[in-house]
Design a protein around this ligand. Structure first.
Ligand code: UVW
Length: 318
């Protein structure tokens, strides 16, 4: 059996945008989203319909998460039952209230990854030392993305629908060429600086099956690495990749078995922002119904200081 190559060797000649936006940059390809790009997004709005793209946090059947992470653990620390037991925090005027506390994996819901979330060779995005990820992420954390916000033209590419499926199969892959084919079939042109929103049906399927079946032989469908795909992202200056999978790409590169190489090739090297676990079922149904696949995409993850990622509820206006 051939050994899985080291990702640094695998990506040895892959392009990098390090230094392109200066030595202190922490938001990478989001720099492509200038005011003109915001207006291009606004110009694509036609009907005023609004869609939110976050999955519910704390779904009674659990939330779809990367194996090893857990759904939000939330519990009340004040509510009417406390007052009924005489343990409520009575305040002048007598109003009662409810409060709760939660333990969350910051990447266990729809989320933005920090650009420093994944690395190799001791360096994260923009060449910062990987030691800056220790304890608090002091470089390329999610905070600069949160403080900047993400607004632009989004284009939905419904790969599952194009392939006549509710959901792609486990480990089913597609390339940028396939995305272009989907776009052509949908009658839409992917433009430079578009926010790519790709539907596989995978997150939607979580709610239609059991967690056991969903996680069995965990192998997500998704984009698969090739030098040409990375170059296409680079040439198209794609700022943000949004998908309805947990990790935005096929779990293992089929040729080599390398785990999630696009995290390194696109996020670490090009600075493409990753938004994962997006809820796309309602948006996709609306786009298919009136055959309009572009819209205003807006998002800002939570401002978590030092966070390696943070939950987000993107809002789309069509
Ligand atoms: C991993 O880090 C494994 O995945 P994600 O980017 O989905 O958080």
């Amino acid at each position: 059996m051939t050994e899985t190559p080291y990702v640094g060797d695998f990506l040895e000649n892959s392009p990098k945008n390090w230094g392109k936006w200066g030595p202190d940059d922490e938001v990478g390809s989001l720099n492509y989203l200038t005011g003109a790009e915001v207006l291009r997004g606004v110009a694509s709005v036609r009907s005023g319909e609004v869609f939110t793209l976050q999955v519910r946090m704390g779904n009674p059947g659990g939330d779809p998460v990367w194996p090893g992470r857990e759904s939000i653990q939330r519990r009340n620390v004040m509510d009417e039952s406390y007052f009924a037991r005489g343990e409520g925090d009575e305040t002048p005027g007598g109003a009662h209230y409810a409060d709760d506390v939660a333990t969350i994996f910051l990447q266990a819901s729809t989320q933005y990854d920090a650009l420093g979330h994944v690395w190799y060779g001791g360096q994260i995005w923009n060449g910062y030392d990987a030691g800056t990820t220790a304890d608090d992420m002091t470089k390329a954390s999610v905070l600069p993305i949160a403080e900047r916000g993400v607004v632009g033209r989004g284009v939905l590419l419904d790969v599952a629908r194009h392939r006549g499926k509710d959901v792609l199969g486990k480990g089913e892959t597609f390339t940028h060429e396939d995305l272009l084919e989907v776009a052509a079939a949908q009658g839409v042109t992917i433009e430079k600086h578009d926010i790519l929103i790709i539907r596989t049906g995978f997150i939607g399927s979580y709610y239609e099956t059991t967690p056991e079946a969903f996680y069995d032989g965990f192998l997500e469908p998704g984009l698969t690495y090739s030098p040409e795909l990375v170059q296409w992202f680079q040439d198209m200056e794609i700022p943000n990749l949004v998908t309805d999978t947990i990790a935005n790409e096929v779990t293992f590169e089929p040729g080599t078995g390398v785990t999630l190489p696009l995290h390194s090739a696109l996020m670490r090297n090009l600075g493409v922002a990753f938004t994962e676990i997006a809820w796309l079922e309602d948006l996709a149904a609306a786009c298919a119904a009136d055959d309009r696949w572009t819209f205003l995409y807006t998002a800002a993850p939570l401002k978590v200081v030092g966070g390696t990622g943070a939950p987000v509820n993107p809002v789309v206006v069509r």
